[in-house]
Design a protein around this ligand. Structure first.
Ligand SMILES: Nc1ncnc2c1ncn2[C@@H]1O[C@H](COP(=O)(O)OP(=O)(O)OP(=O)(O)O)[C@@H](O)[C@H]1O
Length: 364
């Protein structure tokens, strides 16, 4: 079922530079969570801190009752085996073929025989759709294949936690969709908790069970997807809807003059909440809950047109709701979407009451 990761009061600095402070969240066991944030807000630093590659200045990371921040190096080494990490570029050894790259952690960290290793490597290569490419060098394959090879390598030790850093970087939208589908299918098949760092709004809107947003040296919000996707909190709303209006500026925060210039500018209505992507064989997602569950339980009216399509609300995709779009309280629960009951940081969420006749999924 994967393991829960409970982060409390986590703070990280480099010298006089605070990256983020007092980050508190719980990644629910077996669920997919996504961490968003403008560039440079420390998302990669967060992943590296979780896996123990960087030491926080304060706070705790508790997994299976043990606080990683307090472990001795030898114990940390053991706990790290719970993690599989997929770095942005796959982090493959350029001189090794894919088979040897994927086999590397098994040869390094286990005493398995070559025939056992072959069975595992073959299984993981198959799982990520790379059967037949074992003999290729990383330089001979596409960026998408490199990421999948990196994923196969991250899976060979059967991790309970999978950390994935910007899987969409350098990939076209179609390859991004394929790798997202792979994550959903994997999540349904293996016992692991997923944390994906991404900038891709489509990924954020359709893949995870939970969403977090790092902004301006703190965790602005973390919780079930429906909470974030219906939030009117300015920074969450701006980021998840890819808008220029809001507190996030070109490089960091907007200054007072820039914010004053935006006074009175009308924001587009919140776009509808998309259905979560389902598994490719139609089997339930691991943490599947009926669409609109979180909104119902929390008295939030989701934006009109929500839960009708997995394309709803994706910037650039126009969404035309039917003339009489059923509100979620009237609609039959749809498959493939949920609202987690783990509502860490349930601050600042509410629903839009925008007129459905004006509804488009496109935002500026
Ligand atoms: N080892 C390090 N020593 C000093 N500063 C570091 C170190 N690693 C990261 N930083 C700094 O931490 C900040 C956050 O970096 P990080 O790569 O985590 O951001 P990010 O949110 O992942 O950005 P992006 O979305 O652009 O990938 C940056 O200012 C970076 O320079």
């Amino acid at each position: 079922m994967g393991v829960e990761i409970a982060v409390k009061g986590l703070t990280k600095t480099f010298g006089s530079q605070t990256i983020w402070r007092d980050v508190t969240l719980t990644l629910p066991a077996g669920e997919i969570s996504v961490m968003l944030g403008p560039s440079g807000t420390g998302k990669s630093v967060f992943l590296k801190t979780l896996v123990g590659l960087l030491k926080p200045d304060a706070g705790s990371i508790v997994i299976n009752g043990r606080d990683l921040t307090r472990l001795r190096e030898a114990d940390l080494y053991e706990v790290r085996k719970l993690f599989g990490v997929l770095f942005q570029d796959g982090a493959l050894f350029g001189s090794m073929n894919l088979y040897d790259n994927v086999a590397f952690p098994l040869r390094e960290h286990t005493k398995k025989t070559e025939s056992e290793i072959k069975r595992i490597v073959t299984e993981k290569m198959d799982l990520v759709g790379l059967s037949g490419a074992e003999g290729k060098l990383p330089g001979e394959i596409s960026g998408g294949m490199r990421k999948r090879a990196g994923l196969a390598r991250a899976l060979v030790l059967d991790p309970e936690i999978l950390l994935i850093d910007e899987p969409d970087s350098g990939l076209d939208p179609v390859r991004t969709s394929y790798i997202n589908q792979l994550f959903i299918d994997l999540n349904a098949q293996i016992d692991a908790t997923f944390l994906i760092v991404t900038h891709d709004i489509n990924t954020a809107r359709t893949v995870p069970d939970n969403i977090g947003l790092l902004y301006h040296k703190h965790l602005a919000m973390f919780g079930p997807r429906e909470m974030l996707l219906s939030s009117e909190e300015p920074v969450v709303r701006q980021f998840l809807n890819a808008q220029t209006v809001g507190p996030i500026g070109m490089s960091e925060e907007k200054d007072a003059d820039e914010l004053a210039a935006e006074q009175g500018q009308e924001l587009p209505p919140l776009p509808p909440i998309a259905l979560q992507l389902g598994t490719s064989d139609g089997s339930p997602r691991r943490a599947e809950r009926p669409a609109g569950d979180w909104c119902r339980a929390n008295g939030v009216t989701p934006p009109p047109g929500s839960f009708l399509s997995d394309k709803a609300g994706v910037p650039g995709v126009r969404h035309q709701p039917p003339a009489e779009a059923p509100s979620v309280s009237q609609a039959e629960p749809s498959t493939g979407s949920n609202g987690s009951n783990d509502s860490n940081g349930s601050n600042g969420s509410n629903g839009s009451t925008a007129d459905s006749s004006e509804l488009v999924g496109e935002v500026s």
